[in-house]
Design a protein around this ligand. Sequence first.
Ligand SMILES: Nc1ccn([C@@H]2O[C@H](COP(=O)(O)O)[C@@H](O)[C@H]2O)c(=O)n1
Ligand code: CDI
Length: 159
Amino acid sequence: MNIRIGNGYDIHKLGTQRRLILGGVDIPHELGLIGHSDADVLTHAIMDAMLGALSLGDIGHYFPPDDPKWAGADSLVLLSQVNQLVRSQGWQIGNIDSVIVAERPKLKPHINTMRDRLSATLELKSDQIGIKATTNEKLGPVGREEGIAAYAVALLVRD
Ligand SMILES: Nc1ccn([C@@H]2O[C@H](COP(=O)(O)O)[C@@H](O)[C@H]2O)c(=O)n1
Ligand SMILES: C[C@@]1(CO)OP(=O)(O)OP(=O)(O)OC[C@H]1O
């Protein structure tokens, strides 16, 4: 059995007139994440963890932020493409774990929906995806609600 591990990180600024999408879930909040795509930091961190596990580069390589094709992109569509890439090389996902760092809003009520969306996209059982939320205890840019960050690790396995 071959095993590979990867990690991913992303952060986006918060602003008005934007939706807050995390793990493919549209979360009601007065601020949303700013980006070229839908700025779903959790999904971006997970993609980078999967790519990193196989030394396949990062999401900017596959979905360049200056390519108009990805303007407003649904990150779950991009995640599906990364999933196909990983599986096409004979790898399966053992599990993914992640943490979202956000001062507000309270994410706990949305975590299971995020796990359902992500596991459906990745063809996994929802218990193969861990998602936690924590505040940054009001410290730094995330603590000042200037942005939201996410970290992820992915374990890939192959016979
Ligand atoms: N945006 C967030 C942040 C945190 N939570 C939940 O609250 C718990 C305590 O967070 P601390 O940062 O104060 O340690 C955390 O374990 C999460 O369950 C949340 O739902 N949304
Ligand atoms: C997926 C992409 C596509 O533009 O999303 P962005 O919203 O630009 O987000 P970022 O995490 O800065 O870079 C990744 C990009 O490849």
